[in-house]
Design a protein around this ligand. Structure first.
Ligand code: ADE
Length: 258
């Protein structure tokens, strides 16, 4: 997967992308990331990439020329580009979008706006898509671009150590994840559910399915609405309803014997 990020704050992107799994994904060649400073595509000696809005009013607007020049330069190198503008006005970015991005063979170009926005002629002149990561307004497109790249990269086969973990994610199917535990067996009076120590794989699978359903029922009941459940899921959900309310995340943990 090749991603190019056009930004006024290249260190923001490079810094975040030089950590953890996305860093390893680059080292192993799953992600080829190019970060471009839009100021490098300005003509004026002050490298100004923004200017006051026509019509007056506060704030600054990102100039069209540096963006057009950066995209032109990129197109010389990469013929097949998909231009993505993070924007609160865009379509909602979901797990499905992340999957589509991760499978796209085109170069994904993230154009990060800042200040009041980007000169509208950029939107008109480039056939770009706008995507939003949520109904709130951030200071710029860098964080949303990082979110989208991260969500897509981890879906590339081989990026995650365990290929099953992406499949088990919340939202891969519209169900939240089950709770996870690691050593020690007991901490602060809370124990790992004994079934996870039983070695009984079928019982563990069933427990995880039930806890995923319980999590979804308690935290995001909307995801279960209008959903056709398998016979097993329906049975597990009936059991959950009979179990009564639990503290989310601590379901079935027991007090350590004192
Ligand atoms: N830029 C500013 N806010 C944003 C959001 N919520 N999603 C995508 N891009 C943005």
């Amino acid at each position: 997967m090749r991603c190019d990020v056009l930004t006024l704050f290249p260190d923001f992107i490079s810094g975040a992308m030089s950590q953890s799994i996305v860093k390893r994904a680059q080292d192993k060649g799953f992600l080829c990331l190019h970060v471009h400073n839009l100021r490098d595509y300005t003509d004026d000696p002050h490298r100004m990439a923004d200017d006051a809005p026509y019509g007056g009013g506060g704030g600054m607007v990102m100039k069209a020329a540096p963006v057009f020049q950066a995209i032109d330069a990129l197109r010389e190198e990469e013929k097949d580009v998909r231009i993505i503008i993070p924007s609160p006005q865009g379509r909602p970015f979901t797990q499905k979008t992340a999957e589509a991005f991760s499978q796209d063979t085109r170069t994904l170009v993230f154009l990060c706006g800042h200040y009041e926005g980007i000169d509208e002629r950029v939107h008109l002149g480039l056939s770009a898509e706008e995507w939003s990561i949520g109904d709130y307004v951030l200071t710029g497109g860098e964080l949303p671009a990082l979110v989208m790249i991260d969500a897509a990269v981890r879906l590339i086969p081989g990026v995650l150590g365990d290929p099953l973990s992406a499949l088990q994610d919340s939202f891969t199917e519209p169900l939240l994840d089950f709770p996870h535990f690691t050593r020690p067996e007991g901490i602060r009076g809370l124990r790992v559910p004994p079934i996870l120590l039983s070695g009984n794989h079928e019982a563990i699978r069933r427990w995880r399915r039930k806890e995923a359903l319980r999590n979804t029922y308690m935290k995001r009941p909307d995801l279960l609405q209008d959903r056709l459940l398998s016979q097993e899921d329906q049975r597990l959900l009936n059991e959950i309803l009979q179990d009564g309310p639990f503290t989310p995340g601590l379901a079935q943990t027991q007090e350590e014997p004192s």
